[in-house]
Design a protein around this ligand. Structure first.
Ligand code: DHB
Length: 451
């Protein structure tokens, strides 16, 4: 027997994207259900990145999800870039308009949102199986799944959000031939560890060493996270703890600095790839996060992009389902892809600049080192890194009932760039800074990414 029900938005995936989407929709009075094929315990333990852009922090805070992040998150105003045996500090606050980043692990965000949603009485079905999407050409597509007790469900939805990750079913449910994929592989992977030892550094260290990249990041004042570049098809069995620490000491070491070692509680190897599927929407099916795009981890954009997608999606679905207006839903894919491609370029650039390509020749290596020297010596180059790292495009979720004027696609234009291109003088050119207007009519400038 099949249990039939209906909801406004059927959300596939209880990762950070799916969970935040259901929270944002609830704030706008729109109901949803979330289905997830893993258990709650698995979702709350899965180790991923943990670096939040300034705009992501403001977003979580602004929607009532910031209290533990504010208490436990670790704010950073810059990073260290290390190469040729020297460590250099980049001061993001001085290079941008005061923006920094916050270390707060994805797992903690997931725990916070699951708790908030369940306390609000939301439906999150864990451990479902045989998820299927049907009638995607209709105005009310159907989501089918089998729950953890074995009952088959059929949920009629006004829209379906595919937040089910790279290997999920939603992207493949789009009509054959609709989706175009742009992708790039990298000839290396990351071996990541969690260790019970206080961080040996105040800021994250990104090190390009001739034997491979290494990154020192952290989770709490007592837990460090570290990564090593390893060959693409590496076997974790070849990396006993002692070898990991010895390689980290070798790649991260500089005179007068000490890397503290401690028990390793988790280790895993992750492949690296860039992948962008477009469009991110077919009629009433919307893809968000890793279901539509993957970036290599250098620069930690994946989580920030996923949360940005669903912020844009929540606003678009509110307009569609509450006000019957489709223009934001129609613009959803283009709006997201603009940010996705900026982050895709940045992640590719950071990755290519910092890793040792096993096939690189002397020319490639010299270009890499020249680029690194440029970043630490030119304010313009350092600003490029800083403004992308801390989050380039503005992201806003306005609390309270507000109307948002859709801003035509286009990056915020600094004053010195306006009027110099055909696009700037064309009739559809966007205002330089996105604006929103409250229902009372007051104009509100959303903060531009930088001056
Ligand atoms: C982390 C991961 C990253 O890929 C990165 O660039 C910075 C931080 C992290 O896991 O903390």
């Amino acid at each position: 027997m099949t249990v039939s029900s209906r909801t406004q938005v059927g959300i596939v995936g209880a990762g950070p994207a799916g969970l935040l989407l259901s929270h944002l929709l609830a704030l706008r009075g729109i109901d949803s259900i979330v289905i997830e094929n893993r258990s709650r315990a698995y979702c709350e333990a899965r180790q991923r990145a943990g670096l939040l852009e300034a705009g992501t922090v403001e977003l979580l805070r602004g929607v009532g999800l910031g209290s533990r992040m504010d208490a436990e998150g670790l704010e950073h105003g810059g990073i260290y870039l290390q190469f040729e045996g020297e460590r250099h500090h980049l001061d993001f606050r001085a290079l941008t308009d005061g923006r920094g980043v916050t270390i707060y692990a994805q797992t903690e965000i997931v725990k916070d949102i699951i708790k908030a949603r369940l306390e609000a009485g939301a439906v999150i079905e864990f451990e479902v199986s045989d998820t299927e999407l049907a009638e995607l050409d209709a105005d009310q597509p159907v989501l089918r799944y089998t729950d953890s007790a074995g009952a088959r469900h059929e949920v009629r939805c006004d829209a379906i959000a595919g937040c089910d990750g790279f290997h999920g079913v939603c992207r493949d449910s789009m009509p054959a031939g609709l989706v175009t994929v742009a992708e790039r592989g990298y000839p290396y992977s990351w071996l990541g560890i969690l260790a019970t030892v206080p961080p040996s550094t105040d800021e994250l260290i990104y090190a390009r060493h001739e034997d491979g990249f290494a990154l020192h990041t952290m989770r709490t004042p007592h837990v460090s996270r570290l990564y090593l570049q390893v060959p693409a098809d590496e076997d974790i069995e070849r990396w006993p703890d002692a070898r990991i620490w010895s390689e980290l000491q070798h790649r991260l070491g500089v005179p007068g600095w000490d890397l503290k070692e401690g028990p390793i509680t988790e280790k895993a190897i992750s492949p690296m790839r860039s992948f962008v599927a477009s469009p991110m929407r077919y009629r009433r099916l919307f893809l968000a996060g890793d279901a539509a795009h993957i970036v290599p981890p250098t620069g930690a954009k994946g989580l920030n992009l996923a949360l940005a997608d669903v912020t844009i999606l929540a606003r678009a679905l509110t307009r569609l389902l509450r006000d019957g207006q489709a223009e934001l839903a129609d613009a959803y894919s283009d709006t997201c892809l603009e940010r996705v491609w900026r982050a895709t370029h940045f992640s590719w650039w950071m990755t290519s600049m910092l890793h040792v390509d096993p096939d690189a020749d002397q020319f490639g290596t010299a270009l890499q080192l020249s680029q690194l020297r440029y970043v630490i010596s030119s304010r313009a180059a350092a600003t490029t890194l800083a403004e992308n790292y801390t989050g380039y495009l503005p992201l806003s979720w306005l609390s309270g009932p507000r109307l948002v004027i859709p801003v035509p696609a286009g990056y915020p234009r600094p004053r010195w760039c306006r009027g110099r291109s055909a696009r700037a003088s064309s009739a559809d050119s966007a205002p330089a800074t996105p604006v929103s207007v409250s229902e009372s009519g007051a104009l509100k400038l959303r903060s531009p990414p930088s001056k």
